[in-house]
Design a protein around this ligand. Structure first.
Ligand code: BGC
Length: 724
């Protein structure tokens, strides 16, 4: 099935009001709804029930026409409602009405550190889903960014479970505010694409609970997600689609999930085991649908007494419960596509996601009175990022490229010349040799770029990757900048002292050479329909950058835990997560390894001074809330936003604890010269670690260090509290 899908993808083809309160609590199913669901189930034949439990086309499962139950329709995905494909084939349906808003990718949303924007993203995508009559959006995707080469890092949010959870909750709430079900994915421990259909991720209970599950738990319990997608891989020996521990024990029993679990496409392996272990709907790519595990074979298993009809009824109940909150809900919104408000949401996310990595000469923001000519160099200046990467592609109604953004902002006053600089000749289907060849520099294009850059007041180099290079179904081979970009950067930098490097990508890259040799570096993302406008506004200073890295950029691949411990891609089909809880900065800090750029890093055009750090108390009991306060003064010339990050560490812990862990953050706007009070709250019980011997969350009594920082390595204030 997967091969089939791959083949077809590579064919030439291409606020509402922000509200933290609109929780669709799982337990709100009224008695009336329960009654209706039970009545429907009573009227259904076994065959009708089974028909609801598996796909009847690529993106739908059966309803019951005679009882007025519609099909359950779904669609990808994280970057917007994808192009309509044929009912039984991944090929484009060639609609003319399916152009949609292209939203910034997951790591871009994460780089905003702004849950309110994640909510706005969800609302806008929910509205577009309704306009396209999709009931389940296969989004958001937020597997932990464990390993920097993972091909889907750009779809996911972060290496940190807390940041991950805050964004997941709000994305889900936003989508579901439109009576569209979010399908949070991929449950669970799906952190690499290499061997994703077979790999067995062996992970200890503590890492599972502290790192890999929190965002799923939060999206269910706080976000109220109606559906969840089981991952392709195995966890601790069992396929995620038939993992009794994950699906029945944790998700349904412990977390109280009332919705439906659907498999990833083609990720079901058995009828009886999967049915008993908690999978509710089997989805996949190609028919004959009647022969799928959850079709005739499951019907036969029920008739043979191998699976009880109660198990089937429970699954149907869950699907109907989802429907009563979505397609069959009262006042179901009509939806809308491509509205100015959606574009504004994209612009706002993009503007807040861009990370200023280095600005040593204060070349940024561009001085548009003295700069009269700019050489814009690099394919990424004109590249569009909406399509590619399998399921996460969007047929964008429009996409403003970086060059178009700069021209629209500066075109009348500045002479802008473009040179391509490199050719991104890369396809997921290429052989290793072809992929290697794609990274060779193109001297003719470099020469042209050098000629264009020579003598201009500034050169802006747009490098990085694209949606073919970072993709579902494959991991990157290394962290190096592809397509001979480093040679291009060196050549252009040598002839133009005012060279600004803008790296566009969705994951960490090796920027060692640039960090050493270049004075001005910006990191941007696959930033959606308005990406070019937002980027231009950051470069000219209309927007003061406020993005912070949602994951560590290692100085060398070998420094990151999966590589340091030689656990990627695994041996004999098993990836042993030996680093346990030490994922991302938890590893780098604890092991005292300097990263290239640390988690939470990002500069601004202004500076912020932290002072007056305090907590409301010094000694807490385990049921109390800690409030930390500080004063944040904008001591520079530009108004801007700062994300204050609150980290905690246990002093003299009896068990292994990371050097520090993010427990709260707040993004706040401060006018130049002004001071703001920042207040952050967390519960003492959030300091707990998971004791895998007793299977309990434990708050260790004693002293904790509480740290406020501008990044995980730029701690500006330290306090101490005691827990009794
Ligand atoms: C991906 C899912 C996606 C599904 C449907 C799978 O290959 O892993 O994330 O939702 O395809 O396109």
């Amino acid at each position: 099935m997967i091969t089939n899908k791959l083949k077809n993808y590579v064919l030439p083809c291409a606020i509402a009001l922000f509200s933290f309160t609109s929780v669709h609590a799982q337990n709100k199913a009224t008695a009336a709804t329960e009654g209706k669901i039970n009545q429907i189930i009573k009227k259904m034949t076994l065959a009708e029930k089974i028909a609801m439990l598996h796909g009847n086309a690529l993106f739908s499962s059966e309803g019951v026409k005679r009882l007025g139950i519609p099909e359950l329709t779904c669609d990808d995905g994280p970057l917007g409602v994808r192009e309509e494909v044929l009912r039984f084939d991944w090929k484009s349906a060639k609609w003319t009405t399916d152009s949609a808003t292209f939203f910034p990718n997951g790591s871009a949303i994460a780089a905003t550190w702004n849950p309110a924007l994640a909510n706005k993203f969800g609302v806008a995508m929910g509205e577009e889903a309704n306009a396209r009559k999709k009931i389940v959006m296969l989004a958001p995707a937020f597997n932990i960014c464990r390993m920097p080469l993972c091909g889907r890092t750009y779809e996911y949010y972060s290496e940190d479970p807390f940041l991950n959870a805050q964004l997941a909750i709000q994305s889900v709430k936003g989508i579901q505010s439109q009576h569209v079900a979010a399908c949070v994915k991929h449950f669970a421990v799906n952190n690499q694409e290499t061997q994703r259909n077979s790999i067995n991720a062996v992970v200890d209970q503590r890492a599972l609970r502290e790192i890999y599950l929190p965002a799923f738990k939060a999206s269910i319990q706080q976000g109220g997600a109606y559906t969840i997608m089981s991952a392709y891989n195995k966890v601790n020996g069992y396929w995620c689609s038939e993992n009794d521990f994950l699906l029945n024990k944790i998700l349904k029993q412990e977390w109280g999930f009332k919705g439906a679990v659907m498999s990833d496409w083609g990720g079901t392996h058995t009828s009886v085991n999967a049915a008993k272990a908690g999978l509710d709907i089997e989805m996949g790519s190609s028919g004959p649908y009647d022969e799928w595990y959850f079709a005739n074979p499951l019907l036969a298993a029920v008739k043979a007494g191998k699976v009880s009809e109660n198990v089937i009824n429970d699954k149907v109940h869950r699907i109907l419960w989802v429907m009563f909150h979505t397609s069959m809900s009262a006042n179901h919104p009509a939806g809308k596509m491509n509205t100015p408000a959606h574009s504004k949401t994209v612009y706002d996310i993009a503007s807040e996601s861009i990370v200023l990595l280095k600005n040593e000469k204060h070349l940024l923001p561009l001085n548009t009175t003295s700069i009269k000519s700019i050489a814009v160099i690099g394919d990424n200046a004109t590249h569009k990022f909406s399509l590619g990467g399998f399921g996460a592609g969007v047929k964008a109604r429009y996409e403003v490229t970086a060059l178009a953004g700069l021209k629209s902002r500066l075109g009348n006053s500045v002479d802008i010349q473009f040179a391509q600089g490199y050719k991104p000749d890369y396809q997921t289907t290429y052989t290793d040799q072809q992929k290697e060849d794609a990274n060779k520099p193109n001297q003719a294009l470099i020469d042209q770029a050098v000629a264009t850059a020579k003598g201009t007041d500034a050169a802006i180099l747009f490098v990085g990757s694209n949606r073919d290079y970072e993709s579902e179904g494959q991991d990157r081979k290394s962290l190096i900048l592809p397509f001979g970009e480093q040679q291009l950067i060196n050549a252009v930098t040598a002839v133009n002292p005012n060279t600004i490097v803008v790296v566009i990508g969705g994951a960490p890259y090796d920027l060692n050479e640039i960090k050493k040799a270049n004075h001005t570096i910006v990191f941007s993302w696959f930033n959606g329909s308005e990406g070019g406008n937002a980027l231009a506004d950051v470069l000219i200073g209309k927007v003061n950058p406020s993005g912070k890295l949602p994951f560590t950029f290692p100085a060398s691949l070998g420094d990151s835990p999966a590589f340091a411990l030689n656990t990627y891609p695994g041996e004999n089909g098993t990836a042993n997560y030996k680093e346990g809880i030490l994922v991302g900065y938890r590893w780098f800090d604890t092991k005292k390894i300097d990263p290239l750029y640390c988690f939470g890093y990002g500069l601004s055009y202004t500076d912020f001074a932290y002072s007056g750090f305090s907590t409301n108390k010094k000694v807490y009991n385990k049921s109390e809330e800690i409030t930390a306060r500080l004063k944040l003064k904008n001591i520079g010339k530009y108004a801007g936003k700062e994300t204050v990050q609150l980290y905690i560490s246990k002093v003299n812990s009896a068990v292994l604890k990371p050097e520090k862990e993010l427990k709260a953050f707040k993004k706040i706007w401060v006018e130049a010269g002004k001071e703001a009070v920042v207040s952050m709250a967390l519960n003492v019980k959030d300091l707990a670690y998971y004791n895998d011997k007793t299977d309990k969350w434990v708050v260790e009594p004693g002293q904790y260090k509480i740290m406020a920082g501008s990044s995980s390595r730029d701690i500006r204030a330290v306090g101490s509290i005691n827990v009794q």
